[in-house]
Design a protein around this ligand. Structure first.
Ligand code: GLN
Length: 187
């Protein structure tokens, strides 16, 4: 049985836990570095990236999370989790960014008028008609060489991967479709 952690600081923790358990995965809610020891992979959920980032610092999780990724463990970052996995921005150097995947994001990138919406996407390697729920979501502005774009809406990138790191702007755990989570588990 696989054991997957969900970073349990703020945000959509219970929703990921529910979906992982439905897929037969043993779930560990991660709040301190020692919780990472027994894991096959980790999900950094959506929520509020500044708040989660501050808590990552408060709980001294920044280096342990980077080391966990460097050791080759798969990480899925959704929405705020995507922002946290991304590359440090020159304009906001004090915001916590784990630099796990080389891409830059635009926070709340879909604007005020369409803060939240649901659509259906084709996601490379995963499938067609994937329900995608966006909540004050970021989009990916630019990816470095080696980062694979998996899905776009117009010219906005909303899913990408590089080796063991998978990120989505949307919340796969809020739909009943398990394909994104299953793809992550296959890593
Ligand atoms: N807008 C949030 C942020 O910037 C992300 C929203 C989400 O995770 N649903 O952190």
């Amino acid at each position: 049985m696989k054991t997957v952690g969900v970073l349990n600081l703020q945000g959509a923790v219970a929703e990921h836990q529910r979906m992982l358990e439905a897929l037969g995965v043993n779930v560990v809610l991660v709040k301190e570095a020692a919780d990472l020891n027994s894991l096959d992979g980790l999900i950094i959920p959506g929520g509020e990236s500044t708040a989660i980032g501050r808590l990552i610092r408060d709980y001294q999780l920044e280096s342990p999370l980077i080391e966990f990724a460097k050791a080759g463990h798969p990480i899925l970052g959704t929405c705020a989790g995507l922002i946290l996995c991304s590359t440090t921005e020159k304009e906001h150097p004090s915001e916590v960014r784990l630099n796990l995947i080389d891409l830059t994001v635009v926070r709340n990138g879909f604007g005020r008028q369409v803060n939240s919406f649901e659509t259906s996407l084709s996601v490379a390697s995963i499938g067609d008609h994937i329900p995608a729920i966006f909540i004050r979501a970021p989009y990916i502005k630019e990816v470095a060489t080696g980062v694979r774009v998996l899905a776009t809406i117009d010219d906005k990138i909303v899913a990408a991967e590089c080796n063991t790191i998978l990120v989505t702007s949307f919340h796969p755990e809020l739909s009943e479709d398990t394909r994104v989570l299953s793809y992550f588990l296959s890593k």
